[in-house]
Design a binder for this molecule. Structure first.
Ligand code: PEP
Length: 253
């Protein structure tokens, strides 16, 4: 039984005071919803303040990235040890990091391993560009992005987020059927790489222009265990509705 997860990626939005106001607004509604892992990922600078505001809450806190070294002369970077005092999860390999900061499969894998070593649970993002999709290369690209992910990572609770790049922040979401089909491929691939048990146990989220209006389309699909939500996670009513719909549907299953 895979517990559904809805994770909000706030990206480079909200100052510390804005983040605090948003958390205060969301917390009561989110705390009333069970049966879903609820995660918010504000910018690094707000993690400490948000952690304080989430004391006693069922909402989990995540970061949006990390560096793989524990400490040292890496100006501007944030280490897994620093994050481990503040949050439980961390998004790794988001397509914006791969695209704008040239993160490679090798670097992403180092980050995944460093996160686990510090006791953080990674949400590993994978996904293809529009060009790769149109060239029929989606499966090849996803397999490459997963090529270094070993059984140990899945067994330790790695969460995957399938995020087709053409659907992120574009308002052009995949259809539920498309996402289900691709996530089905990911599960079969993990089954071949690792084992059937591991493939059945890993949680795989969909991400890309998810809103309160289309979340049902995704969570109604058997392979999809929730969503990584960008834009809509900054709006309390949207985010609450996405979590609420996920809880109701998956509870009824
Ligand atoms: C994301 O940031 O991972 C994302 C899916 O963004 P959006 O929901 O805005 O497309």
């Amino acid at each position: 039984m895979r517990i559904p997860m809805i994770a909000g990626n706030w990206k480079m939005n909200t100052t510390v005071s804005e983040a605090m106001a948003l958390v205060k607004e969301m917390r009561p509604g989110l705390d009333r919803i069970d049966n879903v892992d609820k995660v918010i990922c504000p910018p690094f600078v707000s993690l400490s303040a948000v952690k304080e505001l989430l004391k006693g809450s069922s909402i989990k806190l995540g970061a949006q990235d990390l560096y793989f070294e524990e400490k040292g002369a890496y100006t501007g970077e944030i280490s897994p040890l620093m994050l481990a005092e503040l949050c439980q999860l961390v998004i790794i390999g988001h397509s914006e990091r791969r695209q704008y900061f040239n993160e490679t499969v090798e670097l992403v894998d180092k980050k995944v391993k460093a996160a686990f070593k510090a006791g953080l649970k990674p949400i590993l993002c994978i996904g293809e560009t529009l060009k790769e999709n149109e060239a029929g290369k989606t499966e090849e690209v996803l397999a490459k992005q997963l090529s270094l992910t070993a059984s140990q990572a899945y067994n330790a609770g790695l969460v995957l987020a399938y995020e087709p790049i053409w659907a992120i922040g574009t308002g052009r979401a995949a259809t539920g059927q498309q996402a289900n089909q691709t996530i089905g491929f990911i599960r079969r691939h993990i089954s071949q790489q690792c084992s059937r048990e591991i493939a059945q146990a890993v949680r795989i989220l969909y991400g890309g222009s998810v809103t309160a209006a289309n979340i049902a389309e995704f969570i109604n699909q058997p392979e999809i265990d929730g969503a990584l939500v960008g834009g809509a996670s900054l709006k309390t009513s949207q985010f609450l509705s996405i979590v609420e719909q996920t809880s109701s549907f998956k509870r009824g299953k």
